[in-house]
Design a protein around this ligand. Structure first.
Ligand code: ADP
Ligand code: TRP
Length: 338
């Protein structure tokens, strides 16, 4: 039996933008691979997004869109528990209890809060300018997301590891005080390797990120996808000149996103670039074809799920029922303990 057998894995997905190709490679696919080994829970952290998104329509849209994207990418809601954070009120009750066992100093040292303060100080502003209590308390709510589901492992990107360590710390404080009555499972972060262990470059060669506005959104209509790929900047190396595939972001995207079934195409493209005779335009056509073949079935499923009244809402409601049953057990024990 594998080490993961019987263990619980949980991932929260903040709905703060449209899912892009970098998210697919770096987060969605690695997390879905883990679902094969662990007893898995996935949720849309919509109340975490509330620290920055103030437009209700937009938050509703991103929450549905991110949920639909994960389902379209292969998340199986029968084998996993998939829910919206705001559908599980138990989380917000436990949030208060856990705030009362969390040192303020720990929150002062959290990366996101510290970064906001540093930016303010640098700009000569009050250190807490524009910082709301949601941003400050963010790590407590995230700890509760994890602890209330009795999570063993949390697959996250490197930037979220500190938050998982905080969850372990906060669990420790509670267990120290109330451990005779109830003890939380102490969680561990795991940072899954993406396909090639690298970050996917965006349209401008920097890391693909919505903060840089350089992404390839997963579910663009075909013609828009084609246009976007055509717009990736390339240099003026002539068609016949040999080219270094590894310094071209078009090739890197192809290499990291292509499924195993397109391995021959990737290998052949690499050879032709190195030998000379393949221009950037042709390379972009290859990338479009491979991407479009990979994404077309997902796009169709995504669009079905995004229709008003689709099965998406029902799927999330069923997930919330399961999540609430699980969370309710833990909250009941905590209430008795405190
Ligand atoms: P963004 O940078 O667009 O704001 P997020 O920070 O919301 O993306 O990232 C969500 C998840 O997707 C994280 O686990 C992160 O590691 C992964 N991810 C984001 N961009 C990339 C990328 N360019 N390459 C690989 N993984 C990425
Ligand atoms: N903070 C995570 C992010 O910004 C999202 C998140 C919220 C999360 N709660 C979580 C991730 C619990 C893992 C476990 O990406």
């Amino acid at each position: 039996m594998s080490e993961a057998a019987g263990k619980v894995s949980l991932t929260g997905i903040k709905p703060s933008g449209e899912v892009h190709l970098g998210n697919l490679i770096g987060a969605v696919r690695p997390a879905l691979r883990l679902a094969e080994e662990y007893d898995s829970l996935y949720f849309i952290a919509d109340y975490h997004a509330l620290t920055s998104i103030r437009d209700a329509e937009l938050l509703r849209h991103y929450s549905r869109s991110v949920a639909a994207a994960w389902l379209a990418a292969g998340l199986d809601p029968k084998r996993t528990t998939f829910y919206l954070q705001s559908d599980v009120p138990e989380i917000f009750e436990l949030n208060w209890v856990m705030s009362c066992v969390t040192g303020k100093g720990l929150m002062n040292r959290a990366h996101a809060y510290k970064a906001a303060r540093d930016r303010n100080v640098e700009a000569g502003e009050d250190p807490d300018a524009g910082v709301n209590m949601g941003l400050f308390n963010y790590p407590v709510l995230m700890a509760v997301d994890i602890l209330i589901m009795e999570t063993d492992v949390v697959p996250v990107g490197k930037d979220q590891v500190q938050h998982v360590e905080y969850a372990a710390d906060i669990a420790g404080s509670f267990n120290h005080l109330y451990g005779d009555a109830y003890s939380f499972t102490v969680p561990k972060a795991i940072v899954p390797e993406s396909g090639t262990g690298e970050t996917l470059p965006g349209l401008d060669g920097r890391k693909m990120s919505k903060s840089y506005d350089n992404t390839i959104p997963l579910f663009l209509p075909e013609n828009k996808l084609k246009k976007l790929i055509r717009r990736i900047p390339t240099d003026s190396t002539p068609v016949e000149a040999p080219k270094d595939p590894d310094s071209s972001s078009v090739f890197q995207i192809l290499n990291q996103v292509a499924p195993p079934s397109a391995a021959d195409v990737v290998a052949d493209t690499r050879k032709r670039l190195e030998a000379g005779g393949m221009g950037w335009g042709e390379l972009k056509n290859v990338l479009f074809d491979v991407l479009n073949t990979e994404l077309a079935p997902m796009r169709e499923r995504y669009e079905e799920l995004m229709e008003p009244g689709s099965e998406l809402d029902e799927t999330l409601a069923r997930g919330a029922d399961r999540a609430r049953t699980r969370a309710g057990r833990v909250l009941g024990a905590v209430r008795r303990a405190v």
